[in-house]
Design a binder for this molecule. Structure first.
Ligand code: ATP
Ligand code: MG
Length: 591
């Protein structure tokens, strides 16, 4: 197998993690610097560690957040740590003025504009529980989530309110206050007017590591999204993973492309970079290949955290585009959210000059768990190895539900984590039984199937729900998709099991093509041949459909369950998180 070797020549600065085995062996969470210690008596608050600490420190004047407006000129607007401190304290006072305090729930729904970041951090300082909602959600998913979470406050924009919320306002019975950014709207309170009259001083609420912080809804890839409850103690995980998995250093210009509507966009789009006192780039616009290359170049991004869908779209846009841009300061690229096929890792090395470091985690884990770090070689196609402080293993469940740990390498099983990492979720909202069933003794069961090789690298096989049973074989969709995307014509592939009287399930692939290719019979035969040669006849797809686009969640994940339902003519189930091009753009939202 081809491995990407790490050597001193690859590095622009010495990485934070150099000796993986030694750091893991000596690691202890209690030894993590007590970031929140200055609050005293066991106090711990994410916003304190992320903002308050720096707003008063030597880095006060450093840019914390750099917003790039949704215009072709890429106009920027900077907020320093000191200013972010002042604005978040004001928002804490706004909430207090409305009688909203510790444990009350504040839902925030808007595009990636400054008010989103100020509201989330100001509410965390207030000890309130924060739930960010995707700005592109329609009325129904908004109502469902707001009602499941019993929101007390909803912070949004006048445009979103008028378009989506006004008509369902009566259904949101728990909501006492709606704050809107922008024009005055009947039945709401004006965000900026409240901010303008609020005081700059607001002592932080006393919270402990076990107090609730964020409520995040999962992506809804496999079914109805679940509300995962997190705690302030997660801050230790955000800090350590920012250090070891993203290699954040002082002076970094860091760009996380995820929206705070899903967990990557808060854990790593807000919290981790602020904890490390670096400058975050926040693009208010949606994906555009040329724009993204420009941002990487013009902003001199040093650390970039993105997702496989985005990388596949960049690959699809062709190699000529990046040839016009230069990224001499770019030092580290990481990806999360879906399996990253080996070809994408190599593409990074060829086109951007750096390999892409895949890492794995979930809404439930709150932070990065398994990662390719700067400290060891990359085996392209692997998710990497468990981070220091994380104990991951492969398990089998028998029919009675009993769980056993697999010790031999290269055996497929469920990825499980020993309880003890600080950002573990503490409940699925209103689903206690489901939460309990996610654990077997001291192990959290992730629902994802993996293999661990003899060197301790984890390889993603598929979600337990997506695994295909064909002629007695268990086939992970990723293995097949990976081979299909290795074909030069293929941009993206999704594989499902289609019930079949002969095979039990037959492997069916849906494929989108790169620009310039035509999905005809000849290409289909060529692709079938390519897959058979690499995978063998039993695993290769028996059917291939060429499609214009695959259904994705708003967080960028391929929704195989939707492809399957459509193929079989079954109900589509929860579609609240499906990405649709018909949704009005968030750029309509005033800043
Ligand atoms: P739902 O739980 O509602 O079905 P979801 O699982 O997609 O949605 P998230 O918590 O956003 O919601 O996503 C976590 C999942 O994404 C993981 O369980 C895994 O299946 C997938 N994933 C994340 N990172 C990777 C990766 N590097 N490789 C493979 N899969 C990944
Ligand atoms: Mg999930």
């Amino acid at each position: 197998m081809d491995v990407i070797h790490k050597g001193p020549g690859d590095l622009k600065v010495a990485p934070n993690l150099t000796d993986y085995a030694k750091t893991r062996a000596s690691f202890s969470w209690s030894a993590v610097p007590n970031l929140c210690g200055a609050m005293g008596e066991g106090g711990c608050n994410i916003a304190y560690a992320a903002v308050d600490r720096h707003a008063e420190g030597p880095e006060a004047d450093r840019t914390a957040l750099r917003f790039i407006a949704d215009t072709p000129e890429l106009t920027t607007h900077d907020i320093s740590y000191a200013e972010l401190g002042r604005l978040t304290r004001r928002f804490t006072n706004v909430l207090r003025g409305l009688g909203i305090g510790k444990g009350d729930r504040v839902f925030v729904m808007m595009g990636r504009v400054p008010e989103l970041y100020i509201s989330i951090l100001g509410a965390l300082r207030n000890g309130s529980v924060v739930s960010p909602l995707f700005s592109a959600f329609g009325p129904e998913p908004i109502a469902t989530r707001v009602n499941i979470g019993s929101a007390d406050v909803l912070v949004t924009t006048a445009a979103i309110y008028k378009r989506k919320i006004a008509k369902i306002r009566d259904e949101l019975t728990s909501v006492k206050h709606v704050l809107v950014v922008g024009d005055d709207v009947a039945g709401t309170e004006n965000f900026h007017r409240l901010m303008d009259t609020a005081d700059d001083d607001a002592p932080i609420e006393h919270t402990t590591a076990d107090d609730p912080s964020l409520l995040h809804f999962t992506s809804g890839t496999t079914g109805t999204p679940k509300g995962a409850q997190h705690v302030h103690g997660a801050v230790a995980m955000h800090y350590i993973t920012g250090r070891y998995a993203l290699d954040l250093h002082e002076g970094d210009i860091y760009w996380c492309t995820a929206d705070p509507g899903w967990v990557t966009g808060t854990s790593y789009g807000i919290i981790a970079p602020l904890l490390h006192g670096v400058t975050s780039i926040i693009d208010e616009a949606e994906f555009d290949a040329q724009r993204w290359y420009r941002i990487l170049q013009d902003e001199q991004v040093t650390v970039w955290y993105t997702a496989p869908t985005a990388i596949r779209m960049l690959i699809k846009a062709g190699p000529e585009l990046p040839a016009n841009y230069h990224f001499p300061r770019l030092r580290f690229i990481a990806s999360v959210g879906e399996p990253l096929n080996a070809e994408a890792v190599w593409w990074g090395k060829r086109v951007l000059g750096l390999p892409i470091h895949d890492n794995w985690w979930q809404t439930e884990t709150g932070g990065i768990i398994v990662a390719n770090t700067p400290a060891f070689d990359i085996k392209p196609g692997s998710m990497g190895r468990p981070l220091p402080g994380v104990d991951a293993c492969v398990v089998h469940r028998d029919e009675s539900g009993a769980v056993s740990v697999v010790t031999e390498p290269d055996i497929e099983g469920e990825l499980a984590l020993r309880v003890g990492w600080p950002s573990m979720f503490r409940g699925y909202l209103h689903q206690d039984e489901r939460y309990r069933k996610s654990f077997a003794g001291e192990l959290y069961l992730s629902g994802d199937l993996v293999k661990r090789d003899a060197d301790g690298y984890f390889w993603f096989v598929g979600r337990a729900d997506d695994v295909i049973k064909s002629s007695g074989h268990l086939i992970g969709p990723f293995e097949v998709e990976n081979v299909l995307t290795d074909h030069p014509a293929v941009a993206e592939a999704a594989v499902i099991g289609k019930p079949d009287p002969t095979y039990g399930e037959l492997v069916k692939a849906f494929v989108t093509l790169k620009t310039g290719y035509v999905g005809d019979e000849e290409l289909r035969r060529d692709l079938m041949g390519h897959a058979r040669k690499r995978l063998g006849a039993a695993v290769a797809p028996k059917e291939i459909d060429f499609v214009d686009a695959l259904p994705h969640t708003r967080s960028g994940k391929i929704m195989r369950r939707l492809l399957k339902a459509r193929e079989l003519g079954l109900p589509e189930g929860d579609t609240s998180t499906v990405e649709t091009t018909a949704t009005p753009r968030d750029s309509e939202v005033p800043a």
